[in-house]
Design a protein around this ligand. Structure first.
Ligand code: NAD
Length: 244
């Protein structure tokens, strides 16, 4: 409880608190992360963006993998970690969430300010005309037909509205994430291995600008030495116990 009390004091006295979340905050909702032994990459190899653009076989593999993870996402509900962050935002303690996750569970929990660095798996978008649709009907169609869909408007390639390896991040989302990290005085890094860049640079930027850095992650991260508090624990139960 000592650590939770300290975290509560820091939350109450900070003037701008930012939470940065990774796949680890959603494992308690039943969504596997990437790098744990049970993670997604233990089972399949990611499709790179240039492969998606150039190879019909790679596009099929992409849609196959996305259809499997869609089933995980569709059935998932927010957990105590997502709910605590939404509550803290509602009570004015948290400025917002910067997330690497694509599952949309922060918004389902009630968070309003959510910057999705890697986009969202809840939608698909056309790479040519940029029109977007909810992902579910397209995934259902792929599961029934095994046919990779094209944009019904312009015939362009349809892809989930997520950032694939080799694809650029959204510059506006990234810029706002850097700004929030520079301006905060308490930065909470929750459930991220902190190895994917540029996202993993955000805690360092916050720290360089004088913020306190708290890391909650079951496994060690490369930034543990920089942190003011490191909890190698499970996120949901810890956040639920924070007495704010
Ligand atoms: P990661 O898989 O690299 O790291 C997750 C970390 O969380 C691990 O170090 C693990 O030990 C820890 N962890 C797992 N469950 C935890 C829990 N309940 N409490 C505390 N710690 C826990 O994830 P990452 O750093 O977010 O980077 C991977 C990339 O994966 C991201 O870019 C993201 O887009 C993508 N991804 C997203 C989802 C999702 O949306 N839910 C799922 C898998 C991967």
């Amino acid at each position: 409880m000592q650590h939770e009390a300290l975290l509560a004091t820091w939350l109450q006295t900070a003037s701008s608190v930012v939470a940065f979340t990774g796949a680890g905050i959603s494992t308690e909702s039943g969504i596997p992360d990437f790098r744990s032994p049970q993670g997604i990459w233990a089972k399949s190899k990611p499709v790179y963006f240039h492969e998606f653009l150039t190879s019909p076989a790679a596009r099929h593999e992409y849609w196959r993998q996305k259809s499997i993870s869609h089933v995980d996402f569709a059935g998932a509900q927010p957990n105590d970690g997502h709910r605590a962050l939404a509550d803290w935002e509602a009570s004015g303690r948290l400025r917002g969430v910067i997330t690497q996750n694509i599952d949309g569970l922060h918004q389902t929990a009630g968070s309003r300010k959510v910057l999705e660095l890697h986009g969202t798996a809840r939608e698909v978008s056309c790479l040519s005309c940029c029109r977007r649709w909810p992902a579910d009907p397209w995934v259902q169609r792929f599961l029934q037909t095994e046919k990779v869909p094209d944009c019904p408007d312009c015939g362009g390639l349809l892809k989930h509205a997520t950032i694939s390896f080799g694809q650029s991040l959204d510059a506006a989302v990234l810029e706002e994430s850097f700004r929030m990290s520079r301006e905060c005085d308490l930065f909470l890094a929750l459930g991220s291995s902190l190895v994917v860049h540029p996202a993993a640079a955000l805690p360092e930027i916050a720290k360089q600008q004088g913020a306190r850095l708290v890391i909650i992650n079951r496994e060690p991260t490369p930034l543990d030495g920089l942190a003011d508090l490191v909890l190698r624990e499970t996120i949901g139960p810890v956040l639920k116990r924070v007495p704010v």
